[in-house]
Design a protein around this ligand. Structure first.
Ligand code: 2P0
Length: 350
């Protein structure tokens, strides 16, 4: 049994003119995170499990500036504004508080996700920022602590610290405060050799009408289907772990598909409803059913948007991509495999 495990490079202390650069990849959940029990500490209500991808990395450089009065943040060379900037500055405040530092930072982020790819970059973004900022401010954190830190930026970022498959522990529901914070982090999951691919069908590249943060809050607060889904998601996680250990791609796919459809059912039952799935989504889902009828192991998952990610064997990925491309109404199709965990890049300190 081969365990996919990528070690985060570090921790290391840096000098007073510190700077560090880190790279991280997006992840797609096969058992979803949907709902928080603590919005301030970013604690989820359920465990989730994901595959980190080998495409679309985010590279983030953090340099400390002793003379600056505020943080300077760019995305692909353009100054960050609004909510994106606010979230990064709040995250840096958290790092500074832990480091006992008041120094401001220059943060430059390069996202390689094509504009409008329909893939959220908050997971890779906050994973890269956590690794780079922790190094730049000399926090000296191990991978578990970095995962907990990344969680504070965006829940799903906790999982991008690790390569291959990762589980994010919700931690005991009865805990709060420091104890709860310490108990919620991601770690690698044991998996037999699966050779999986995720074929990503972009059916709509536009911005979503409702942010995932708002949608999950509304779902928890108002959906009568939320509690049953959360309970069944715990069973899905147990079954998923066993399927990964067996290397049973069909079972992994079946569990992932039912978990995602159930998550969307919780949103459809929210008041008012949150509906991310579009007619084009359903057309792609039909093509996935057709593939299965033709004997191809292909299983769909969808996140907070209309795009579809299809889990299949690597050897079937081109055929699956061909089928979903025809169904995806002219949208782009990307093929991803399991990717590495977040890490510092060497020799990047200014
Ligand atoms: C997931 N999603 O497990 C789920 C499934 C979307 C659907 O994690 O509020 O950007 O920053 O913690 O991580 C998207 O939510 O939300 C997400 P916050 P995040 O991948």
């Amino acid at each position: 049994m081969a365990e996919r495990r990528t070690t985060v490079i570090g921790p290391r202390r840096q000098d007073r003119s510190a700077g560090a650069t880190a790279i991280a990849h997006p992840n797609i959940a096969l058992v979803k995170y949907w709902g928080k029990r603590d919005e301030q500490l970013m604690l989820p209500r359920t465990d989730s499990l994901s595959m980190t991808l080998d495409i679309f990395p985010t590279t983030t450089r953090v340099r400390l500036d002793a003379d600056a009065g505020s943080d300077a943040v760019t995305f692909n060379g353009e100054a960050a504004t609004g909510e994106a900037q606010r979230r990064i500055v709040a995250f840096l405040d958290l790092v500074r508080e832990r480091a006992g530092s008041s120094r401001r930072a220059v943060v430059d982020t390069e996202n390689t996700v094509p504009t409008g790819a329909g893939l959220a970059s908050s997971a890779s973004g906050f994973a890269a920022l956590a690794v780079a900022a922790a190094a730049a401010y000399g926090l000296g954190l191990d991978a578990t602590a970095l995962s907990r830190l990344a969680r504070r930026g965006s829940g799903s970022a906790s999982r991008s610290l690790f390569g291959g498959f990762a589980v994010w522990h919700a931690g005991p529901a009865a805990t709060s405060g420091v104890e709860a914070d310490l108990s919620s982090y991601a770690e690698p999951v044991a998996a037999a050799r699966l050779d999986p691919a995720l074929v990503i069908a972009v059916v709509n590249a536009g911005p979503k009408a409702v942010s995932s943060r708002t949608a999950m809050r509304r779902t928890v607060d108002t959906s009568p289907l939320y509690a049953p889904w959360a309970a069944s998601s715990g069973d899905d996680l147990t079954a998923m772990r066993a399927a990964l250990v067996r290397g049973d791609l069909e079972a992994v796919g079946e569990i992932a598909e039912r978990n995602a459809l159930g998550m969307h059912a919780t949103m459809l039952a929210a008041r008012p409803a949150v509906r991310y799935l579009s007619p084009a989504t359903l057309t792609v889902l039909d093509s996935v059913l057709e593939l299965r009828r033709a004997g191809i192991a292909a299983y769909a998952t969808m996140d907070a948007g209309p795009n579809v990610k299809v889990l299949c064997r690597r050897g079937d990925a081109e055929r699956v991509a061909h089928a979903v491309r025809a169904a995806a109404a002219g949208g782009a199709v990307h093929i991803a495999g399991p990717g590495p965990g977040a890490r510092l890049l060497p020799g990047q300190a200014p």
